[in-house]
Design a protein around this ligand. Sequence first.
Ligand SMILES: [Zn+2]
Ligand SMILES: [Zn+2]
Length: 269
Amino acid sequence: MMRLYMLGSGSGGNCCAVEADGTAILLDTGFSAREIERRAATVGLDLTRVRAIALTHEHGDHACGAPRLARRLGVPVLTAAGTWDRLVAGMGGAAHQPVGLRATVELGPFRIEACPTSHDAADPVALVVRTADGTGVGVAYDLGRATAAVRYLLRNLTALVLEANHDEVLLRTSGYPPVVQRRIAGSGGHLSNRAAAELLVELHHPGLAVVVLAHLSQRCNSADDARAAVAPALRRAGFRGELHVAAQDAPLAPIDVVMRGMVQLRLAL
Ligand SMILES: [Zn+2]
Ligand SMILES: [Zn+2]
């Protein structure tokens, strides 16, 4: 079984981890190393089990803790090639392993896959971690729009951490200058609640057990708005799993990621 730890998410920092068979991987480290250590301790995530840090892209809210954490934990950093080019000078000699469309990484019980996303960073990716039993966890933040490649990568997952950045009306009335609004809503920016709901309906399948809405804008969204936009659409699509909303300031309780069919089988036994 995989366990998902959402340590925090939003434009002020993103970090989560997956764990299986006593091995863990950090997915984005967008808080300081000290803050990630503090949050990990509060939810019982043992960082000595971390075998790698995988980063979606080089923006500070996804990568700022990586240099120090990679050094302290003595683990490699997995990124797309272009992301590493941007980060390498500040990484203090950390080991790098490329991950991308043609570079799947096998690490302990995990298989880590990635594909490019549409976002205004050097070489951004969405990440999927799978285990041999077919369980899969996906993480997709900072999606200007969901490309065909992203839709393909995120199919057949057991748990999906997906950006639901803004409510479209709140964005229009946010007071942000039009140029900023266009950047946020554009193909290099962020997914709205409505776009996240549409993508989730498309990706829904009977094995999907956990959805975590993430990277909510502080100014143009709220947990209630994100949930209200997504929950009814997911329910209509047949989703009967857990829907969570990640917070910026505090971790969620650890989430056990078990395929839906397995849950029903267990209940029946
Ligand atoms: Zn970004
Ligand atoms: Zn971001």
